[in-house]
Design a protein around this ligand. Sequence first.
Ligand code: PLP
Ligand code: SF4
Length: 420
Amino acid sequence: METYQKTDYRSVPLFRNVEPGDWNNWKWQLKNVIRDIPTLKKIIKIDREEESELKLCLKRFRMGITPYYASLIDPEYKRCPIRLQAVPRINELHDDTEDSDDPLGEDTDSPEPGITHRYPDRVLLLVTRVCSMYCRHCTRRRLVGDEDTHLGSVNLENCLEYIRRHKEVRDVLISGGDPLMLDDTKLETIIRQIHMIKHVEIIRLGTRTPVVMPQRITKSLVSMLKKYHPFYINTHFNHPKEITSEARKACERLADAGIPVGNQSVLLKDVNDCPSIMKKLMQGLLMIRVRPYYIYQCDLSRGISHFRTSITKGMEIIENLRGHTTGMATPTFVVDAPGGGGKIPVMPNYILAQSDRRFALRNYEGVITTYTQPEDVFSDCGQCHICDDDKYKSNDGIASLLKGDKLCLEPKNLKRRRRF
Ligand SMILES: *Cc1c(COP(=O)(O)O)cnc(C)c1O
Ligand code: SF4
């Protein structure tokens, strides 16, 4: 089995004299986040032109790179995938015609500042605007990094009240910013209150710290989190280079505490828009006990157009995974619909043709096969009455068409309907 290289931070001149006790302490990492050009120049090579461009960028967007993540950057190679995710480029100042400040409509779907309630049974709860590292491709740049504040407690109380009032919310997703920027005590206060709400069945937390500051995943954090099972974590690895022995230790620690860890990658131009890189990443994640969950098409947030690539590339990546390697290493590729439609899965087409009885399907090898459907396909209701509970019925959307509850769905202002 592959052994993971410990990052040799002492090979970076700037960190040569840092004691391991400091390096492995997340508070030290935070205190030493790289925010300015002179410090950055001590770690990586930056030429004159880049430096003046960088200065322009920093006037509009903030930079923040943890020493740990900076130590993973190849100091000489401009296209280093770690560097591209951490160091601003002049393209950030470019406004593409398609760009928007809130492409996913997260503010529009927000009934309460801090809450996004888009899907019927789950909400997103933003507990901070702060991150340890400011990813250059961040979708929430409208929120993150411009203001160094955690959300105030008044605000949080309103959010909790919203969740308490909405009995249909069975799943709370704690996000930000990066929620693990809060210290354990503050975080526990929030988690405990959510855990106490009877109708909340699971709690999830999204964090990039296992990737950019694995030192944050301490023994004490993990023993706190495991009191609130079923508790899930989703993290954000984008490139195989991020899978270091430190990252591995962090993810294993979470898994050992019974916390399933999933991964959400973003498809990024010049970082991971390649089927082979993605395959290596997904297989590498399984080796550190992280289950690939989603690959996101890069959204239309302002200033990240240089990271976008085609949806077709994402489909090619899935084609290269499904069947070629385990389904465990095959995440769902999704486009988060502009305007707030939510995640829409996109994948290669495996159905070639259909008749009354038969499906013609193709597999990853190009084998074309048939599946003959049973003749008597009508489900016979077993009268189990699970459907008497509204919770398990999907009464809207396309599902309602299949059930026969509705004949069609139409836009509210359908012109044809206004003719009479
Ligand atoms: C992604 C997302 C979720 C969670 O979606 P899952 O598919 O359940 O992981 C919830 N709310 C919002 C607003 C989201 O963008
Ligand atoms: S950790 Fe997440 S919220 Fe923070 S900058 Fe990166 S992508 Fe944005």
